[in-house]
Write a protein that binds this ligand. Structure first.
Ligand SMILES: [Zn+2]
Length: 160
C-alpha cells in the first residue's frame, strides 16, 4: 500500500506538504462480514508546522457497507471528512517521519454509523415491521462530519 508518511524535515522552512493518494483500505485491518470498506479510497492531506506542532488537515471519502438494521441487506454508507484537522506535538514524534496511518484508521472507524437502513432510509421491509414499532426510528447517527479548522487561512503565518 501507499504509505501515509510525513517527512518533518521538509516542513521546517514553513512549507506545506500536500498528499493526494488513492490508497487501499487494507490498512484498516477489518475482516468482518458485517463491516466492509471500499477497497480503494481517496485521501487528500496537507501538513505543515506551527508552534512546535505538526498540523494536518485531511479530506477523505470512503464507503462502508453494513447490514440494514431492518432487513439485514448490506447497505452502502458514504463516509466523508472535509478538512478535518489534527495536530500532534513534535516532541511526541519519534524520528524524522510521522506515520499518520493510525490517525486515519481511528477517524474512519469512528465514522461508521451504528444504524443504517437500505434504500435511502426506506427499507422495503419497513411496512412489515411497522406494526411492531411504536415510534419509527428517524435519526440515525450523522454520516457526514465536517470539522473546520479555524487557522486554515493563509495569513496564519503572518505573525510568525
Ligand atoms: Zn432493508
Amino acid at each position: 500500500m501507499k504509505e501515509l508518511h510525513i517527512y518533518i524535515d521538509r516542513l521546517k522552512k514553513g512549507q506545506t506538504e500536500k498528499i493526494s493518494e488513492s490508497i487501499s483500505s487494507d490498512f484498516l485491518e477489518i475482516e468482518e462480514q458485517d463491516l466492509v470498506f471500499d477497497k480503494i479510497f481517496k485521501i487528500d492531506a496537507e501538513a505543515y508546522l506551527a508552534n512546535d506542532h505538526l498540523m494536518m488537515q485531511f479530506t477523505l471519502n470512503i464507503s462502508v457497507f453494513i447490514p440494514c438494521s431492518i432487513c439485514n441487506k448490506m447497505t452502502e454508507n458514504s463516509l466523508k471528512l472535509n478538512n478535518t484537522c489534527f495536530s500532534i506535538a513534535l516532541s511526541e514524534i519519534k524520528g524524522a517521519v510521522f506515520d499518520f496511518t493510525d490517525e486515519i484508521r481511528s477517524t474512519i472507524l469512528n465514522l461508521v454509523p451504528a444504524f443504517c437502513e437500505c434504500n435511502q432510509g426506506n427499507c422495503p421491509d419497513r411496512p412489515a415491521l411497522k406494526k411492531y414499532l411504536k415510534t419509527p426510528v428517524k435519526d440515525g447517527p450523522s454520516k457526514t462530519k465536517d470539522v473546520y479548522f479555524p487557522f486554515a487561512e493563509d495569513n496564519f503565518f503572518i505573525e510568525l
